[in-house]
Design a protein around this ligand. Sequence first.
Ligand code: PEP
Ligand code: MN
Length: 363
Amino acid sequence: MTNKKDFKNWLKAFNLEHPLVIAGPCSAETEEQVLTIAHQLKDTDTSVMRAGIWKPRTKPGNFEGVGQIGLNWLKRAKEETGLKIATEVANKTHVELALEADVDILWIGARSTVSPFIVQDIADALQGTDKIVLVKNPVNPDLPLWLGAVERLHKADINNLGVIHRGFSTYEKTRYRNNPEWQIAIDLQTEFPDLPLILDPSHIAGKRDIIFDVCQTALDLNYDGLMVETHHTPDKAWSDAAQQITPKALEQMTIDLRIRKEHGEAAEFKNKLNTLRTKIDVVDHQIITHLGKRMKIVDDIGRLKKKNNVAILQSKRWNEILERMIQEGRDNGLSEDFVVSFFKEIHQESIAHQHKLLADNEA
Ligand code: PEP
Ligand code: MN
């Protein structure tokens, strides 16, 4: 896949001053629900209505989607409101039915992107379509796997392509339902600057109150659009209730979000500066998180030393760490002075931690 190809043509056809907004319920539930939400979305910045018809659920027995009949409801929503419509497809039958119903945007879900067999089947069924196809990131943080899925579609002569960033699974609990791992999306943007990148804040956040912040970070990183799960009565939704917002809340959010649409040289400079600053924020967050993790290991070592009556300060080990870090620092363009003073600070804090641990235990 060439990184020079301009995949943004389909996006330009929307002729928008702001990022593309795709909104709608996690799942189509009833015809009345789909139409109510569609009419409420008509009064917002939304261009495309989403709704899951076939739902991939972690556990069997949960609501698995209304199936084919939901396509009729989406079609009716499109006729009544003029909104374009989007749904998830996960196999050949889904693709055939969605094409028959003239669904405008088809997306591949995170659980399908992980499987080259599934993606290939979908690509074969879509061969040569001029529909827009969006690929969600795989559940695991693997950029080549994500790009591989895009490439399979491109090889099947599908040119209206884009990707959706919906965050990544972690075993460790974080504040997110799916960890954003912004660095992966930044790397993808660097490699394929012309591949439309859309944020799904709902599946990243997992709960309403952090959706706004996730969207703002994405807009500061110049994402091309948002896909937000939206329901007229979110708490009563049959799936993903905690993360859905009302069309009214969506409207307010798009007003409150800083969307950069100024033009001119000064605005261009400000945009670039803001994007670079957001990238710094992402890296700083990683540094602090990793320092915190390092300190937890230091505490474990402190407890082990105490149990075995071993002295806290062990200069041989410390000198080895420093030597290695000076070398790695050099490889990464960092001066020896900087690396030494940085690690001295870390070392001092580690010793302080272990002393405190001893004192606490003795108290
Ligand atoms: C969805 O968009 O409702 C969905 C199931 O998403 P994901 O594939 O990101 O889990
Ligand atoms: Mn959902």
